[in-house]
Design a protein around this ligand. Structure first.
Ligand code: SF4
Length: 440
């Protein structure tokens, strides 16, 4: 890991950073002429209302981005880990850990288990708070680093110790209280394991976490991801349709209560629960400010809303017949198929083949697009009618590269399938524009 090379890896859509022209690949050199040596410096400096941020482009040119913003307002930049020395590995052995379920032989960095609060501020990672020293907590409070994303999982503290296999896991509530008293904002998550931290225990967890409002800004309930590589691991049952239905009903009951009492729904189910329960996706509005978007919460509803807003005003004159194709994971297939049918109805000379790619690499219980591999895409699309090009979602790619999870490159897929590939960002409006070749 390079020290003091603070490389931007992502600029949020619609953010201040995008507005002033900061781009992925740029290196942060200084803020208000102060050299930034670590994440604490950065978060402290970035709070100012007026900033002069000096960046160096990949071509070696320096420029100054002048920013006026509200105190505490985020500028929408995600850095790789240059603002830290070395990422700290976690001290837990969680019974639901996804990394323990990876097959052998993947890229080494994928096996690194981080639980580092600095990565929470840099990249939005969730941390269990079991890996924090007294000094870390004091740093966060002193510099008022906020928000922090916390993996709560359960507030039954004995159960939390068992689930995380860490005797310090019972300190979570005490640390959260200190963060709350210091005015630190928190986004919380629960990885729900069937028959372990669900049912009455989940009710208790939601109720306990709600006591941290308004500092606790949002809470997500995300189902455990189960791959086919679980031999020797803690036995876990997947959620059935009925189980998922129960979880949604339970969470919706809490949402109604919180909306009445606090003016916010606060707690949200991941999209995967709605798909599993075969329930219609909720309207995008219920996810309020999409605080848990990166956790797969409200992603599909927002995509559909963006699509519907855009398709109404889209005019496009296709003179000759065209045919294109889209590949997506099982989870998003029904939605992508439905939206493609709407496009074809509006523009009948365009034919769109939507292909559902099963995750043979990790096992069929993994349905999200972001965990599809190049080898599954190649083997399942060989010999298929792909038309002019194949559209793939951006979530397949690692950190703005052209590489998929199994190290297969986009160029490899193009070569193997003899097709041009286009990448669509994860927004419904861009999806239409990419398909119709009308990107601005
Ligand atoms: S904290 Fe995260 S990385 Fe560490 S064991 Fe638990 S799930 Fe795995």
């Amino acid at each position: 890991m390079k020290k003091n090379e603070n490389v931007v890896i992502k600029v949020e859509k619609g953010s201040i950073a995008e507005e002033v022209g900061i781009c992925p690949g740029d290196v942060l050199v200084a803020i208000n002429d102060e050299e930034i040596t670590d994440i604490f410096d950065y978060r402290y400096q970035i709070n100012d209302e007026y900033l002069e941020m000096t960046f160096r482009t990949p071509e070696g040119e320096e420029y100054v981005a002048e920013i006026e913003k509200d105190f505490d307002e985020d500028i929408g930049v995600i850095f790789e880990s240059g603002l830290m020395d070395e990422a700290r590995s976690c001290r837990n052995k969680c019974i639901f850990c996804f990394i323990d379920q990876l097959p052998k032989g993947m890229r080494k960095t994928l096996y690194f288990k981080d639980d580092d609060s600095r990565l929470s501020f840099l990249q939005g990672n969730y941390v269990t708070l079991t890996n924090m020293s007294e000094k870390d907590i004091n740093h966060i409070i002193f510099y008022h680093l906020s928000p922090i994303n916390v993996s709560v999982h359960t507030t039954d503290l004995e159960l939390r110790k068992t689930m995380l296999k860490n005797k310090n896991a019972d300190k979570v509530i005490d640390i959260m209280k200190r963060l709350k008293d210091a005015g630190i904002e928190m986004n919380l998550q629960v990885v729900l394991c069937n028959g372990i931290n669900d049912g009455d225990i989940l009710d208790k967890t939601i109720s306990d976490c709600a006591k941290f409002m308004p500092n606790a800004h949002s809470m997500s309930i995300v189902p455990i991801g189960l791959t086919k590589y679980r031999e020797g691991l803690y036995p876990m049952a997947p959620f059935s349709k009925e189980d998922a239905e129960k979880v949604i009903n339970q969470v919706e009951k809490w949402q109604n209560k919180f909306l009445k009492d606090h003016g916010t729904r606060f707690v949200y189910c991941a999209d995967e629960f709605y798909l599993k329960a075969e329930r219609q996706l909720p309207d995008a509005e219920i996810f309020e400010d999409f605080a848990q978007y990166e956790n797969g919460v409200g992603m599909l509803s927002l995509f559909e809303k963006e699509f519907n807003d855009e398709i109404e005003k889209t005019e496009y004159n296709i003179e000759s017949k065209r045919s294109v194709s889209i590949a997506t994971g099982v989870a998003a297939y029904d939605l992508i198929k439905k939206l493609s049918d709407i496009i074809m109805e509006k523009f009948p000379s365009l034919n769109i083949n939507v292909y559902c790619i099963k995750n043979n690499f990790f096992g069929e219980m993994i349905t999200v697009c972001g965990l599809l591999t190049g080898q599954d895409i190649i083997s399942q699309l060989k010999g298929k009618d792909l038309g002019e090009y194949l559209l793939l979602p951006e979530s397949l790619l690692r950190n703005s590269t052209h590489t998929l999870l199994d190290d297969v490159e986009i160029e490899d897929i193009e070569k193997e399938l003899n097709i041009k590939i286009k990448i669509s960002t994860n927004s419904g409006d861009r999806f239409i524009k990419t398909i119709l070749n009308t990107e601005d």
